[in-house]
Write a protein that binds this ligand. Structure first.
Ligand code: NAD
Ligand code: DAU
Length: 340
C-alpha cells in the first residue's frame, strides 16, 4: 500500500537530508514537507526533489492547527496511509540561552498541536525526533541508555524533554502510535553554519578565528547525518510502538580535537583557534549507548568519522554559493550578537 509521510522541518539540516534519502530509497512513497522556513529552513536544499511526483511543500507553522490541517489535507489528496516524521524544532542551544520562549512555542506547543491533529486524523505511525540532550550531562565515564533519567540543562534541552513527555502522555493516554528517537550530535551536508562543525569549516576557509568555548574539552558523540536518517527510517519501519530508541555514533571527541582535524582537513594553521568565554551551563560530555537499536532493529552507523569528516569538508568547499547565501541576512545579525 502507498505510504504518505508528513515530514515536519523537512527544509532544515536533518529533515532535508531525510527527504533526499527517502526520495532515493523509497521513491514510491509520497512526502509532504511541512516547514515554517525559519532562519534554519532552506528550500534550496531540496531542489533535487521539488519536481518529483508525490512531493509537496506546505509552508506552515506547527504551532498553528490550521497549518497542520493543511498538511494533512495535502497528504489525503496523495492517498495511502499517512504517517508523521517530526523534525521541526528550534534546535540551537546558544539561541535558547539568549531567548527560551521560541523553544517552548515550537518544541512544546508545536509538538502538542501536531499530536492533536495527528490523532484526530488517525495517523498510522508518528516518529518524534528527539535528542540525547534530554539526559543531561555525563562525567568522564558512562553512557546514556533509554532508561537514564531525564535531566535537561539548557532551555533547548528542557523544551525537547517537555515535548518527549507530551508524546509519552499521548502514547499512555490515547494509545497514540508514536515512537521516540534520541540522537547524538549530527554533522554533514546542509547543516546551518552556527553549529560547531560547519561554523569551523566556514571560518577556517575564510581565515577567520575559530571560537572554542571554555577549555575545548567538552565531549560530543558525532554521527554522520546519513546514518541518523537511516536509523530514523529503520525505527519508522520496524520500531516497536511506544518505545524510545537511542541513536549514536560510538564516536566521542573533545571539541578541540574536532577543530584541529578540521584545520588539518582545510589546510589552515592552528593559530586560528581562539578560546572564548564558555557557554552558560555547558554540558561536559554526551555519550550514547545505542545497543537497543542494534539488537532489536539491526541498525549500526555505516560511516566512520575518518571517512565522513573529509566528505563533509569537501561538501562545504564545493558549496561556496550555498554557504554565502545562508550566511547572509539573519545569520549575520545572529553571528554579530553571539560573537561580537
Ligand atoms: P534545524 O534547525 O536545521 O532545522 C529545523 C527545521 O524546522 C527548519 O527547517 C525550520 O524552518 C523548521 N521549523 C522551525 N520551527 C518551525 C515551526 N514552528 N513550524 C514548522 N517548521 C519549523 O534542525 P536540525 O538540526 O535539522 O534538527 C532536526 C531535529 O532533530 C530537531 O528536532 C532536533 O532537536 C533533533 N536533533 C538534532 C540533532 C543535531 O545534531 N542537529 C541531534 C539530535 C536531534
Ligand atoms: O546532542 C545533540 C544536539 O547536538 C542536538 O540536540 C542539537 O540540536 C544540536 O545543535 C547539537 O547541540 P550542541 O550544543 O552539542 O551542538 P553545537 O554544535 O552548538 O556545539 C557542539 C559543541 O561545540 C558544544 O560543546 C559547544 C561547542 N562550541 C559550539 C560552537 C557553536 C564551541 O566550542 N564553539 C562554538 O562556536
Amino acid at each position: 500500500m502507498t505510504k504518505t509521510l508528513i515530514v515536519t522541518g523537512g527544509a532544515g539540516f536533518i529533515g532535508s537530508n531525510f527527504v533526499l534519502m527517502l526520495a532515493e530509497q523509497r521513491p514510491e512513497w509520497n512526502i509532504v514537507n511541512l516547514d515554517a522556513l525559519t532562519y534554519a529552513g532552506n528550500l534550496e536544499n531540496l531542489t533535487a526533489v521539488e519536481d518529483k511526483e508525490g512531493y509537496t511543500f506546505v509552508h506552515g507553522d506547527i504551532t498553528k492547527p490550521l497549518d497542520v490541517e493543511r498538511a494533512f489535507d495535502e497528504a489525503s489528496k496523495l492517498g495511502g496511509s499517512v504517517s508523521v516524521i517530526h523534525f521541526a524544532a528550534e534546535s540551537h542551544v546558544d539561541r535558547s540561552i539568549v531567548s527560551g520562549l521560541p523553544f517552548v512555542e515550537t518544541n512544546v506547543c508545536g509538538t502538542q498541536v501536531l499530536l492533536d491533529v495527528s490523532r484526530a486524523r488517525g495517523v498510522e505511525r508518528f516518529v518524534h525526533v528527539s535528542t540525547d540532550e534530554v539526559y543531561g550531562s555525563l562525567g568522564a565515564t558512562g553512557f546514556f541508555t533509554e532508561e537514564t533519567p531525564l535531566q535537561p540543562n539548557s532551555p533547548y534541552a528542557a523544551s525537547k524533554t517537555a515535548s518527549d513527555l507530551m508524546v509519552r502522555a499521548a502514547i499512555e493516554t490515547h494509545k497514540f502510535p508514536a515512537l521516540i528517537t534520541r540522537c547524538s550530535n549530527n554533522y554533514g551536508p546542509y547543516q546551518f553554519p552556527e553549529k560547531l562543525i560547519p561554523l569551523m569549516i566556514a571560518n577556517a576557509q575564510e581565515d577567520k578565528p575559530l571560537p572554542i568555548y571554555g577549555d575545548g574539552m567538552n565531549i560530543r558523540d558525532w554521527l554522520y547525518v546519513r546514518d541518523h536518517c537511516e536509523a530514523i527510517l529503520r525505527v519508522f519501519e520496524a520500531g516497536k510502538l511506544g518505545d524510545v530508541y537511542n541513536i549514536g555514533g560510538n564516536n566521542e571527541y573533545p571539541n578541540i580535537e574536532i577543530v584541529k582535524r578540521i584545520l588539518a582537513g582545510v589546510g589552515k594553521p592552528e593559530s586560528l583557534i581562539t578560546y572564548v568565554e564558555d557557554r552558560k551551563g555547558h554540558d561536559r560530555r554526551y555519550a550514547i549507548d545505542a545497543q537497543k537499536i542494534k539488537d532489536e532493529l539491526g541498525w549500526e552507523p555505516r560511516f566512520t568519522f575518518e571517512e565522513a569528516l573529509p566528505l563533509t569538508i569537501a561538501w562545504y568547499q564545493s558549496q561556496d554559493t550555498w554557504l554565502q547565501r545562508v550566511r547572509s541576512g539573519a545569520y549575520r545579525e545572529y553571528y554579530a550578537a553571539q560573537y561580537g
